[in-house]
Design a protein around this ligand. Structure first.
Ligand code: ATP
Length: 235
């Protein structure tokens, strides 16, 4: 069953249009990546889906679980079961691990129990009283994902979850994302520039180039097609 459908999405900023008709969909329980070079419009696509204040959606339709999301406020979108983990993992720096997760729980319609969330992240469980600002980048990324998980979503949107992380933490975050998907059945749409990491976790990939989806490929096809990787991803 299709959970998220984006049709002919056009969006942009005061400085100009960035998306020129993006089409993509994510099935219930699927793990999909959206790849593309710097500035291709990946973050703009995710923020449009999440209903963020910017960009401005200029046209097209976003449908989640058969409900039209276009023009809906972010908190209503979250209540429908869509969690967004923005780039640069915005945790509250002066709040502890527990406090950060509790805030997410308090704002959710049908949250998970805080202990259930912490059970999933042994690392975080061991540093419950630590302030986010004193945690490493990888730990903060885990916390950002834990907050999104606490809202008990059906679809998680992740914006560059591996950015700036050491290779061994990248592998740990890959495992966490794969487990969230396979064990909890949560669909994931992740935006990445790290093609290797995206290929390691996702089943299917969209390639965005200059505000348009130019390819929709399986992991196997992306792995074997060097020309495609070179042309659109520079790797
Ligand atoms: P990146 O990895 O650099 O984030 P991206 O594919 O996610 O790449 P976007 O962040 O969606 O790309 O940016 C697409 C275009 O929109 C770029 O040209 C960028 O400069 C522009 N842009 C992004 N955010 C804003 C903003 N808040 N105001 C104006 N222009 C923006």
């Amino acid at each position: 069953m299709t959970l998220l459908t984006v049709e002919d999405l056009e969006a942009g900023y005061e400085t100009g249009q960035v998306l020129f008709g993006v089409d993509l969909d994510v099935d219930d329980g699927e793990l999909v990546s959206l790849l593309g070079r710097n500035g291709a419009g990946k973050t703009t696509t995710l923020r449009s889906i999440a209903g963020a204040a910017e960009p401005t959606v200029l046209g097209g339709d976003i449908t989640f679980d058969d409900k039209r999301l276009t023009g809906t406020a972010p908190y209503s979108i979250a209540k429908e079961g869509l969690s967004f983990v923005p780039e640069a993992r915005r945790c509250f720096p002066r709040l502890t691990v527990t406090e950060n997760i509790r805030l997410a729980v308090n704002h959710a319609e049908d949250p998970k129990d805080i202990e259930t969330v912490l059970d999933f992240f042994p690392e975080l469980s061991e540093m419950r009283e630590k302030q986010a600002r004193n945690m490493s980048g990888g730990e903060q990324q885990m916390l950002a994902i834990a907050r999104a998980l606490a809202a008990n979503p059906r679809l998680m949107l992740l914006d560059e979850p591996f950015e700036g992380l050491a290779p061994y933490i990248v592998r740990r975050i890959e495992d966490i994302i794969a487990e969230i998907n396979s064990e909890q059945g949560i669909a994931v749409l992740l935006v990445e520039q790290n093609v290797a990491a995206a290929v390691a976790v996702a089943d299917r990939h969209y390639i965005l180039d200059e505000g348009r989806i130019v390819e929709s490929v399986s992991t196997a096809k992306l792995r074997e097609n060097e020309e495609m990787r070179q042309r659109y991803l520079g790797v």
